[in-house]
Design a protein around this ligand. Structure first.
Ligand code: INI
Length: 157
């Protein structure tokens, strides 16, 4: 493997601008995801001047906002944060599906990496576990993925 050229991103966020698109629905969970993402960006070298937060009402609105943010090219990387909890709605599959599909499509359409930190879970307990307790913090994981993908895309350019 030593002789095979390998291209991968690093985890240095110092030279990049990140926009977090976060939903207000299930705010008590999403706030913890935002905290995890911001803490991760800071620990990897991003300054607060290079972190912005855009709020949307719910996960369903996220694809349009991510698309618009990506189209303006103001962000090197986008982090989508939300929580869709099955118990809260009979429309779970619709909202969760539209959100994840739309967010991915927006990133690909504009060539801007998007870290996906939208929880799609059956219960509030599962959401809490993924928002900074026993199953980690998916906001942090999404931020880390965005940092790496920003770096990777620059190396692939
Ligand atoms: N939005 C969420 O982000 N999470 C949910 O769990 C949720 N539930 O359960 O309904 C939810 N619904 C709102 C939806 O995203 C839109 O904001 C709403 O339909 C208005 O367009």
């Amino acid at each position: 493997m030593d002789k095979i050229k390998t291209i991968e991103g690093d985890l240095l966020a110092r030279d990049a601008h990140f926009i977090i698109v976060a939903s207000r629905f299930n705010d008590f969970i999403v706030e913890s995801l935002i905290k995890g993402a911001v803490s991760c960006l800071r620990r990897h070298g991003a300054s607060d001047a290079h972190i912005e937060i855009v709020r949307v009402p719910g996960a369903y609105e996220m694809p349009l906002a991510v698309d618009k943010v990506a189209a303006t090219r103001r962000a090197d990387g986008i982090i989508a944060l939300g929580a869709v909890i099955r118990g809260a709605t009979p429309h779970f599959d619709f909202v969760a599906g539209e959100c994840t599909r739309g967010v991915a499509a927006a990133g690909i359409r504009h060539g801007v990496p998007v870290g996906l930190g939208v929880l799609t879970v059956d219960t509030i307990e599962q959401a809490i576990e993924r928002a900074g307790t026993k199953a980690g913090n998916k906001g942090e994981e999404a931020a880390l993925a965005a940092i790496e993908m920003v770096s990777l895309l620059r190396r692939l350019a």
